[in-house]
Design a protein around this ligand. Structure first.
Ligand code: ZN
Length: 430
């Protein structure tokens, strides 16, 4: 299913999150100007013909960016015998990994590819313009999923930027490590990924993936500290290696639910260390909350979601992500980043204008920086990536998790057949 693209001259009557009502004019996929909205609704009276979207004072935000998603696991819920509802094999992270491994035996390549394509359409419908996708590399699959992501990248040029990692979901065997190196060497992936908690020696795992990332000068993205035990955090090990390799600003850690279980001083020390090494933190409410917080009653006070407001206050870059969509890791995962931010705000008890700004930043500008995208935002000179939300009140953009009415990728309105756009807002200018 290919997307329909309509090149736009701009968006009129857009409500920015700072309350201004503006007209945005585009040229060559880039925001050319942002000016106080004219009553006439035309895009700055520019003489060239084309289409403009009248946002009718609705809130317009920069295009959403998902810094952590698994396209090759999407929409596979219930396809394995033991995976139904994620319960038959027990509950928690290990059970979800086992259930997904079992699902792999039941599904063919086409099913996985169709799930990934459906996930992409869902993400785009929800305003997403760029993702970092973790492509699973295991002894059984080799680079098959990395190659699938190359196909997905090519299929969606001009619709969604897909950055791919090579992700060792079941640990680093000799063959997996060599496949990761192949993927990095050939440019099949843009990021090296790691998952130290699945290996017996997590420090050796970290050594290997850091060495690989440094050798090929690629960013590193780690699934880390994904349990409710406040002890045994690998944050220090990550920070040490980040500094030793001079990789400040290039390393991202995901989940890190241990942070929610730690006492406040330990958490503060962790955040200070992460900020000093400029290691970014990404959380994924739909998975972290579903799989976590079920063990030791001593950790029940924790909600299995790393506190992003504390992290941001300490100077850590934070993003809120989808992670998984409709599988054993996240049956409630639905590809909706505004809802993920809503959930993070609710669980974190975030309040006040600064916290609302943080939540919106965590699904737009902050993850764009994690992906290393060029500047991201509604400013002249930047790519015209944006989402028009079904609300006119900037505060409700966080509280309501409003529907996305239109997704604009590099100045083009993106439409799928099952994603009808309200054409009454689309005005063809003479
Ligand atoms: Zn993940």
């Amino acid at each position: 299913v290919s997307a329909g693209l309509t090149s736009l001259r701009g968006v009129t009557a857009a409500r920015l999150t700072d309350g201004r009502l503006v007209d945005l004019a585009f040229a060559d996929g880039v925001v050319r100007s942002v000016r106080a909205s004219s009553a006439a609704g035309s895009v700055h009276g520019t003489p060239v013909g084309g289409c403009a979207v009248d946002a009718a004072a609705r809130v317009v935000i920069p295009g959403l960016v998902d810094a952590h998603v698994h396209l090759d696991k999407a929409y596979l819920l219930g396809l394995g015998e033991k995976s139904r509802d994620g319960r038959a094999t027990g509950f928690g992270v290990d059970a979800a990994i086992a259930a997904m491994a079992e699902v792999r035996q039941f599904v063919d390549r086409e099913t996985v590819l169709n799930g990934a394509r459906r996930a992409i359409r869902t993400l785009v419908r929800n305003g997403v313009v760029a993702v970092r996708a973790h492509a699973e590399v295991t002894p059984e699959s080799g680079l098959a999923f990395v190659e699938m992501h190359q196909q997905l990248r090519e299929e969606h040029v001009g619709v969604l930027d897909i950055q791919t990692t090579a992700f060792p979901q079941h640990g680093l065997t000799r063959s997996v490590l060599s496949e990761l190196a192949n993927a990095a060497r050939t440019g099949a992936v843009q990021v090296v990924a790691g998952c130290p908690y699945v290996d017996e020696d997590p420090h050796a795992h970290l050594d290997s993936v850091f060495e690989l990332a440094a050798r090929f000068q690629l960013p590193l993205d780690l699934h880390l500290d994904f349990d409710d035990d406040p002890c045994g955090s690998l944050i220090g090990a990550v920070v040490d290696r980040t500094e030793a390799h001079g990789m400040q600003g290039q390393v991202t850690i995901g989940h890190v639910t241990k942070l929610a279980a730690m006492d406040e001083p330990a958490r503060r020390r962790s955040f200070e260390a992460l900020a000093a090494a400029d290691v970014a933190l990404v959380v994924m409410p739909a998975t972290d909350l579903y799989l976590g917080g079920v063990g030791d009653p001593g950790s029940v006070g924790s909600r299995s979601l790393a506190p992003i407001d504390e992290a941001a206050s300490a100077g850590v870059r934070v993003a809120v992500t989808n992670n998984n969509i409709a599988n054993d890791f996240a049956p409630y995962g639905n590809g909706n980043l505004l809802q993920a931010a809503w959930l993070a705000g609710l669980i974190g008890r975030l309040h006040g204008p600064a916290a609302r700004a943080l939540l919106l930043d965590a699904i737009t500008v902050a993850p764009a920086r994690i992906l290393g995208l060029p500047g991201h935002g509604l400013e002249p000179g930047l790519l015209a990536h944006l989402a028009i939300l079904d609300t006119t009140d900037p505060d409700r953009a966080v509280f309501d998790a409003p529907a996305v009415r239109s997704t604009v990728f590099a100045g083009s309105l993106v439409e799928y057949p099952e994603m009808p756009v309200d054409r009454t807002t689309l005005e063809v200018l003479a």
